[in-house]
Design a protein around this ligand. Sequence first.
Ligand SMILES: [Fe+2]
Length: 287
Amino acid sequence: MEIKCWFDKDTNTFTYCVYDGVTLDAVVIDSVWNFDQASGTLKKTSIECVKDFIETMCLKLHYILETHAHADHVTGAQPLKKIFPAAKIGVGTRILEVQKVFKSILNLGEKFFVDGRQFDELFVDGDEFKAGSLNLKVIATPGHTPACVSYLIGDAVFVGDALFMPDYGTGRCDFPDGNAAALFNSIQKLYGLSDSTRVFTGHDYMPNGRPTSWESTIKTQKRDNIQLTGETTKEQFVALRQARDKTLTAPKLLFPSIQINIAAGHLPQNEENGKSYLKLPITIVEL
Ligand SMILES: [Fe+2]
């Protein structure tokens, strides 16, 4: 099993292509459609890198997987599926909860369905499935969002925003239905994997100016994660996570990203002038 990784500097996001170098079967995890909010422009710069790699390597793309509905970047699932129509878009089944809550927040109307139909496959905890010769197992890892899942492929686990590199910690738990205690329980599941399991994170923020890093192991996470080692109690973690979350501002692309990502990367339906528009709920804060 081989792993190719790309880093999107604008959103600090990793996209992975996992493939069998012999059979050429492949999956892509957490793709990015580059979005410039100021101009409302979507560009396929990152998608082109993934496409070129898949085509150059003659890979067979079976799945376009999401670890969750991201709030910091727009998924590239739809443009990728357009290029590779046989690939199925998969996400955790609790995406239905995320769809419901954001349908309400964004007042998306009757035409926005909250039964997950925008995706090809909805996974539950423990699901095992094949992508050609690759065997994948789904580990539900809610906490950052209720729909978060990790994908275990061979000796590698792709954890999305459950775990970052050990010197950065864990994903925030202050989005709607995020839950620090749930994230603690999810990480205990990950820490129950073999020590040698390789951990591939969804983002890196390069603390203290160190080079971009994306790979650790369960052993190093349990030993060194600055927010949650193998010894940290649930109470300690929840207190620390909640205190940290109080200091965080909303991600820059929260509403554009979530609006598109809960629809599996589909843009809102074109209006009568042939253009698609995003919604931004306004909150007035009294001083
Ligand atoms: Fe996230």
